[in-house]
Design a protein around this ligand. Structure first.
Ligand code: NAD
Length: 378
């Protein structure tokens, strides 16, 4: 899979990034600002102001802004989107990256090890679910607002997988979600985070089919493996000692490819260290190469005719970016296509007479309801 992209396609796009003051968000902002995008960082941390200032200085792009945002607050999110539209040179938003997320280790520990006497405590406190508040409610707020604002992007067309129709306008309608490998696999001892990222994947799987129809918006997701950002606190670093980590650059390359190429719709990219995949029939089992030095520093492509490892034909070497969740795309598409075919055929067969019958039926429905319920009363 080739994820190379043309940076010129990012120029002039208005891109909102939640949680853009640190980690992936800050590097997305810097990369896209250097390509000439208008970047609007929203973050609960006021350090976002310094991050925006540094990016402006380093890239010479004055269109990098910071707006204070708490994704768990509806008012704060509405303000973020309204301010972004005000700052946008063309009055619209092209891409929304729902990136803000946390994994609170203490919250996970306490969830599985309740330390309150729920039997005798006169007013036992509810457990803290900050992880779900930020990673689920926050993302749902962001996406809900994106579905309102993206279709209003002046000059934008409904999304299309046809590169030809996309070349007519640079204006976009794009939602990029940040999942995790925890969207695909359980992270033992981290139930709230796993639940939240499975939720984000569920959101993606729904919207990638419906958002192109309802809002003309394309929806993609990136599911990174553990990657070296401030997100990785001491416990996971200790746990993963000796195991290769993902590289920020691969995550940013994958995200940039999805932002730049407007024909990317419903794509789910996983990023991580280079893997050997067991394709012997036991499923796609990642097997990490022995140490961090085995990672190829340059390559961001994967697939193709890469050599087998140790002469074992069931193990193929893979790159740091690969696609997941394509398997349910096909049945979902086929289902939608068949449903539309059946609906269209029925509409055709019933014609105007069928339409008139349904209209009369719809308008007389309240009267029939009233008649039935008054008969039931007597
Ligand atoms: N780094 C990894 O290993 C990894 C792996 C998989 C997925 N992810 C996901 O990538 C996303 C970004 O993670 P990162 O590694 O850049 O982490 P990070 O901690 O470096 O950045 C997260 C940002 O979100 C902000 N944030 C937290 N709460 C917020 C709130 N209520 N409102 C607004 N902003 C808030 C933080 O201030 C921070 O700037 C997250 O959704 C995370 O779950 C990270």
């Amino acid at each position: 899979m080739d994820i190379s992209y043309d940076p010129a396609l990012i120029e002039g796009k208005v891109i909102l990034i939640t949680g853009g003051a640190s980690g992936f968000g800050a590097v997305f902002a810097a990369r896209w600002a250097s390509s000439g995008a208008i970047v609007i960082i929203g973050d609960i941390s006021l350090s976002g102001e310094e991050v925006a200032a540094r990016i402006r200085q380093e890239t010479g792009n004055e269109n990098v802004h910071f707006i204070h945002l708490d994704v768990t607050s509806w008012t704060s999110q509405v303000n973020f989107f309204r301010e972004a539209v005000r700052l946008s040179p063309h009055g619209g938003i092209d891409t929304v990256v729902a990136n803000a997320g946390i994994n609170d280790a203490e919250e996970s520990r306490l969830f599985e090890n309740p330390n309150v006497d729920y039997l005798n405590d006169p007013s036992p406190p509810a457990p803290s679910f900050k992880t779900l508040d930020i990673n689920i409610t926050g993302v749902m707020y962001t996406v809900h607002l994106a579905l309102f604002f993206l279709p209003k992007n002046p000059g934008s067309n409904r999304c299309s997988s046809n590169p030809k129709s996309n070349s007519e306008s640079k204006r976009d309608r794009h939602i990029l979600l940040l999942g995790s490998v925890a969207s695909l696999h359980p992270l033992m001892t981290q139930a709230p985070y796993t639940v939240s990222k499975h939720g984000v994947l569920g959101l993606f799987r729904c919207l990638r089919i419906s958002a192109p129809v309802s809002a003309g918006a394309r929806v993609n997701i990136i599911c990174p493996y553990y990657t070296d950002t401030p997100f990785m606190q001491v416990p996971p670093r200790v746990l993963l000692a000796g195991v290769p980590l993902g590289k920020i650059d691969d995550v940013v390359n994958a995200a940039s490819y999805l932002v730049a190429d407007m024909s990317c719709m419903g794509r789910s990219l996983v990023t991580g260290p280079k893997l050997s995949l067991d394709t012997s029939g036991r499923g796609m089992r990642p097997e990490y190469k022995s140490n961090r030095n085995t990672q190829d520093e340059d390559s961001i492509t994967c697939g193709g005719d890469l050599p087998n490892i140790d002469g074992d034909s069931s193990r193929e070497q893979e790159g740091p970016v690969w696609e997941c969740y394509l398997h349910d795309m096909e049945p979902a598409d086929i289902f939608t296509q068949r449903m539309l075919t059946v609906v269209n055929a029925t509409v055709k067969a019933r014609g105007w007479a069928g339409w008139a019958y349904d209209m009369i039926d719809a308008f007389t429905w309240p009267a029939r309801q009233w008649w039935n319920s008054s008969r039931a009363r007597t």
